[in-house]
Design a protein around this ligand. Structure first.
Ligand code: NAD
Length: 236
């Protein structure tokens, strides 16, 4: 059996971090060697050492870092990966233009995969949206995203990357954001023409779809050459 890929989970105490910890425990191709959060409640849990944000430089050796944190935490994990020469898988949304540029620059030295959404369904939705936009020239394009009330950024990262796909197809998307209850994530891309309308919608039922996709990507990114990767590069 291959040696499990050693993961560092950044943002481990969060909603996504908790899903990553649980789902990694069900796999034999990865293992968690460090968990990092802003203020860890414990030093060791289930055999995994926890570290605070300020202790990043002291984390043990790892093969790939998986980051689902917040923009203010992102620079630290990117710097650690660049310094240690380790790949970074990140799903943190709301990054600034400077942070996206730093990610691109780091990709010359380490493998990097940033995705606004790690679900298979949304990967396919991007392709459908681009095709629909190209076929429906002159139609209105509106992207409506709904998330739980704790989500900080708006429009969501997924709405923006769906918008980029619509733009590649020639549309000029507009955005609307709803924050309500405990909605995990819904994205509606609506094309409206004279007398008719197409709605393409993705509904996430739980966070496990994102966590599974990120773990799969992390295992597949291990050992790759430096560069910028996309979810679909690592799907099979
Ligand atoms: P959350 O608020 O529940 O968790 C945030 C985590 O970041 C916590 O563990 C917190 O301790 C940690 N953190 C905050 N500040 C920190 C710091 N300075 N240093 C180190 N750690 C710090 O958030 P969540 O719902 O788990 O979402 C996390 C991120 O993932 C968000 O940006 C969200 O939009 C994104 N997300 C992406 C996808 C995807 O598929 N790409 C899916 C869901 C969520």
């Amino acid at each position: 059996m291959p040696v499990p890929v050693r993961l560092l989970i950044h943002g481990a105490s969060g909603r996504m971090g908790q899903a990553l910890l649980r789902l990694c425990g069900e796999r034999d191709d990865c293992t968690i060697v460090a968990a990092v959060s802003r203020h860890p409640a414990q030093r060791v849990a289930d055999g995994v050492p926890w570290f605070a944000a300020g202790e990043l430089s002291g984390v043990p050796e790892f093969d790939v870092a998986v980051d689902f944190s917040l923009p203010e935490a992102f620079d630290g994990i990117l710097a650690l990966c660049a310094q240690r020469g380790r790949p970074l898988v990140s799903g943190t949304t709301g990054l600034s233009d400077a942070q996206r540029a730093a990610l691109d620059a780091a990709a010359t030295r380490i493998p990097v995969l940033w995705a606004s959404n790690f679900s298979l369904g949304v990967a396919v939705l991007h392709e459908l949206v681009e095709r629909a936009a190209a076929a429906l020239r002159g139609w209105d394009c509106d992207i409506v995203e709904s998330h739980h009330v704790h989500k900080k950024d708006a429009p969501s990262g997924t709405a923006l990357t769906l918008g980029a796909a619509a733009q590649r197809g020639g549309a000029a998307p507009r955005y609307a954001s709803l924050r309500a209850g405990d909605i995990v994530g819904e994205h509606l891309v609506q094309f409206t023409g004279p007398g008719e309308r197409i709605e393409l919608v993705h509904r996430a039922g739980n966070r496990d779809i994102f966590a599974r996709g990120a773990l799969h990507a992390a295992v597949r990114l291990h050992g790759r050459a430096p560069g910028l990767y996309r979810v679909r590069d690592l799907l099979d």
